[in-house]
Design a protein around this ligand. Sequence first.
Ligand code: CS2
Length: 486
Amino acid sequence: MTRLSAQAVPGGRADWPGYRPEDHGVGIVHLGLGNFARAHLLAYTDTALAAEGGDWRVTGVSLRGTAVAESLRPQDGRYTLLTQGAAPSARVIGALAEVLAGPDAGAQALAAMQAPGCRIVSLTVTEKGYGITSDGRLDRSHPAVRADLAQPAAPVGVIGLIVAALAGRRTAGLAALTVLSCDNLAHNGQKLRAAVLEFAQDTGGADLAGWIASEARFPSTMVDRITPAATAATAAIAAELTGYEDQAAVDTEPFAQWVIEDDFCAGRPAWDLGGALFVRDVAPYEQMKLRMLNGAHSMLAYSGQLSGKAFVRDVMADPAHAALVRSHLAAAAATLRGLSIDLDAYADALAARFANPAIAHATAQIAMDGTQKLPQRITAPALEALATGTASRPYAFALAAWLAYLLRREADGRLLPVDDPEAAALAAALASCRGAADSIAAVAALCPDILPPALTGGAFGAALRDSLSLILSEGMAAVIAREAAQ
Ligand code: CS2
């Protein structure tokens, strides 16, 4: 079977780019070319290019590894986006112009960000990719931030790259950029701006920081599309629907949402024509999505991992576990203000999306990087629930589930490894812990942004201890049944 490429002849049972991709120049450099970006920003951009044209194709940068580049380069950046609804549908995306990866990716990305045509730098680098603390300052202990502060002219991390690119543009007399964070952080644009300004001040002084503050833009965004890792079936279905072999096909769900603060300094694609919503204030949407979708995801990922459920859909197929998801969604909804959205309907839609039988979304994938995810997903709404008197029990259960997941041990008593940038510190802190109270104290000392004193003391702290003790003594499956009956 012929490999998908720019030469492929549209046909099969797929949608093909409704424009001639090679006629459009690059206007966006995207950092972090994972499956999510390919199912979200690139799909919206593809629609905008077909609807309105413009030089808005994307140079994608993979800062971690070369696998994405190896699969996409022979295909001229083309790939199939498979939408897994009642029946799969396929769409070939043409918006990706070029892929940068490998040892020179940093230098090449910098050059691309300094090209006169580049107007937007967008990012999906995951929570841990930035080097921003959960309260929105530059994290000087982050490995990439540390390296880039020492060598700002040869950056390897995103903040270093953004500052070097902006500094270079300023020197060259070029306009600044819009920097568009598309990760699941609360106030993502605002925090990235603060960290960039701090880094710029340190490396380029007040002049550079002042220029960036007045010329560049950092809109916040809320992004949503459940996009699991590709499975063995993905490539086979893509081939069947397009007629071409595709080693970079991506599976996603039918739903997609993108809410963007309308604050760009040098134009943008017509993403609204693909369904993006431009608003003045993204924060209420961000909170809704982070606390309801992502909060429930984290809870079900840890409790699912501990009760033998490999995929989100398996959790939803267990009525007791699905009831806990519903309680979590309701508790999260109770903390939200300032939205004219029907949150009951939103919760129903989320439960249906989680249950989608065609999406193999691994609980192990969502369980990754808990230290980076829980502050905005669980701790922030838990603190607000305590302050305002709305339901808090689901947060105690979610935190207990995470702690019990960290405490999983081999038969010989060694802790099982977890995938988290703080894994080594967590393992060291928990190595000799056996009970709920000592484990909570050990993790609270290390992660005060997840377990601040308000969540380890008082009635909430007692509920957290009880929940963790029960999980450790009776097992997660028994506790799920018991919690659901509450
Ligand atoms: C998930 C998200 O892996 C995770 O932590 O909660 O990736 C989630 O699937 C997306 O935010 C959905 O938009």
